[in-house]
Design a protein. Structure first.
Length: 337
């Protein structure tokens, strides 16, 4: 049974279509990331699952029960927001247990849940502080604690780490993933950051203009992107997509095989030394890596080389790659075998 299932979910405001017939299944106790650029529909999808938005059409199931018309409080979910939504006048303890008081949970049970959440998140020494006395990472833990004490099996997270600095974001990614595994939670997590998606997810749902571009495990999404959009969105630097003119790379005599409109190559799969002549247009030194932008015919090919590589703009280089590393797409943007 799927923990969450969406069937042909559509959301429309006037002439604006935010979601165009989304079908989605999320397994119990898994970490699913909704990924995509701004305006692709990922937050709208999350809000429809939560019941904060009403779908224009389609059905929403949580734990095998249809919840399409149910209010958020009856859906058996908890939620962590981007801005944490903490009450500034309440202590950490009161912020975490506020929802339990509203639901009139027995005081002894509420205390037990509070202590358990505080222990899991390392907040025992901070329970009497106010949010203004906490760091960003500590405030994030309080928001998580409020979700955990609800003891729901489904937790929705809307870009919860976006307000943290880079190092703290990386630490919190690891903590979130470990916590999800330990508690067996089903997490649906919204982000536009591919590093968060690839490092945390069991399932990545890549959205584009209100549609599911690809729904796959992180490794499969990287190794076999279904469309040029998926190919370019996943990977740093992004995949090279070279236009083909017949059986050659456009503007050159470099043979690339026939039957495709576009050839995809990961920068790390292109090596210095090979049969393809190119000119270095520019470079970016990143310490361990050197990223070269090379002209091949009328196309630009990005190459990820070792940082110690000696190269300069305007230099002529030779490039090569293995046929097994090629990705081919037709004129409609579909992946070819």
């Amino acid at each position: 049974m799927s923990a969450i299932r969406l069937v042909q979910v559509r959301k429309q405001w006037g002439d604006t279509v935010a979601l165009d017939g989304i079908d989605l299944e999320i397994a119990p106790a898994s970490f699913c990331v909704l990924l995509g650029p701004s305006g692709c529909g990922k937050s709208t999808t999350l809000r429809i699952v939560a019941g904060l938005e009403t779908a224009s059409a389609g059905q929403v199931f949580i734990g095998g029960r249809e919840v399409t018309a149910l209010p958020p409080a009856q859906r058996g979910i908890s939620m962590v927001f981007q801005n944490y939504a903490l009450f500034p006048h309440l202590t950490v303890a009161d912020n975490i247990s506020f929802g339990l008081q509203v639901r009139k949970v027995d005081k002894a049970e509420a205390r037990r849940r509070l202590e358990h959440a505080a222990e899991l998140l390392g907040l025992q020494a901070l329970l009497q502080r106010k949010p203004s006395q906490l760091s960003g990472g500590q405030q994030q833990r309080v928001a998580l604690g409020r979700a955990l004490v609800a003891q729901t099996q489904v937790c929705l997270m809307d870009e919860p780490l976006s307000n943290l600095d880079a190092q703290l974001r990386q630490e919190m990614r690891q903590e979130l993933r470990e916590l999800q595994r330990r508690l067996g939670l089903t997490v649906v997590y919204v982000t536009h950051d591919q590093a968060e998606a690839m490092s945390m997810a069991d399932q990545v749902v890549l959205l584009n203009q209100g549609r599911v571009e690809q729904d796959d495990a992180p490794r499969a999404l990287y190794a076999r992107p279904a469309t040029p959009f998926a190919a370019r969105f996943i990977g740093t630097p992004p995949m090279n997509l070279l236009r083909l003119d017949g059986a050659c790379i456009a503007g050159s005599a470099v043979a690339a095989g026939g039957g495709a409109a576009m050839l995809g190559l990961r920068p790390e799969d292109v090596r210095l030394g090979g049969p393809v002549e190119a000119v270095v247009q520019g470079l970016e030194y990143l310490g361990a890596d050197l990223v070269l932008r090379c002209a091949v015919g009328t196309e630009t090919l990005t190459v990820r080389a070792a940082g110690r590589t000696d190269a300069a703009a305007g230099a002529r280089v030779s490039l090569g790659w293995d046929a097994a590393d090629e990705h081919r797409f037709d004129a409609q943007g579909r992946r070819l075998a």
